[in-house]
Ligand binder design. Sequence first.
Ligand code: HEM
Ligand code: MG
Length: 298
Amino acid sequence: MSIAQPAIIPEAGPFALYVVMKVIGDKQAVLEQCKRLHSVVDSLNTQQIDANLRASIAFGKSFWSSLELGSPEGFDDFEALGEGDITAPATGGDILLHVNANRHDLNFYLLRQFLSPIATDVDVLDETYGFKYLDARDMTDFIDGTENPKTDESRQDVALIKDGDFAGGSFVMVQRFVHNLPAWNRLNIAAQEKVIGRTKPDSVELEDVPAQSHVGRVDIKEDGKGLKIVRHSLPYGSVTGDHGLLFIAYCHTQHNFKTMLESMYGETDGKTDQMLRFTSAVTGAYFFAPSAEMLAGL
Ligand code: HEM
Ligand code: MG
């Protein structure tokens, strides 16, 4: 069986790093750094006991196409969605580096090592450090991750391409959201719960989940089966600057992401996710994370 890259399946530690890059120089040098990444991580884990540092590298569609290895089925670019105040921009990127660990400093250290020989070959479009907040809450103070697949088996089943040339690979979706917490905090708890679709203290699904709540938009069934994704999102930012959620998820197909996004942004039935009145996406992109073997062979 093909092995997935390490950041995808295991439950992550409390700190993460998300970096989106565009390649502007020596493509071969950048690829060499990508291929070396997991051995650098392995040696750091040997030196730093309990770091649980895990990474994955993924590629945007046009960069991947330039490698001429064929493409996993249905690999598309992220397309902008929505209208008016509720929009999702498509901001692209050639390479996504996703790292999680028990230590923030090692995420920072790893990125320094990764970039040092290729600093002039890539343009960093976004570098965001995430952290587990309270008892796994988003900054809206709602628990995030309740319905995420929990067992290794179910996470593999949802996240990984099962067979064919791209087995062990995974599609990735990233959107960085900036929250408007003063507006959010003007709602009372009952109103906030109607926006999310779950209770605030303990994340119990409401008896009548409003169709325009976040859960009402993304808890989608097709042929009686729930659409699933494996989320690795974390809060990020500073109190006086931008802050919000770095949304990232893995799936064996882009279909689940697209269907959820169309439902959130009003393209399925004209209804929009009411949560989007209080948070806005400032980035949006799709990537493909090849299996560990395929990455090593690039
Ligand atoms: C569920 C927050 C963006 C997909 C949830 C829940 C919260 C939440 C609080 C309920 C607890 C849980 O099951 O995890 C947020 C915030 C977002 C965001 C704050 C951005 C600011 C997204 C996006 C997608 C998404 C962009 C997909 C395109 C899901 C899914 C569930 C979920 C699939 C589980 C639904 C279920 O099966 O009940 N989210 N979310 N979320 N979210 Fe989000
Ligand atoms: Mg459900």
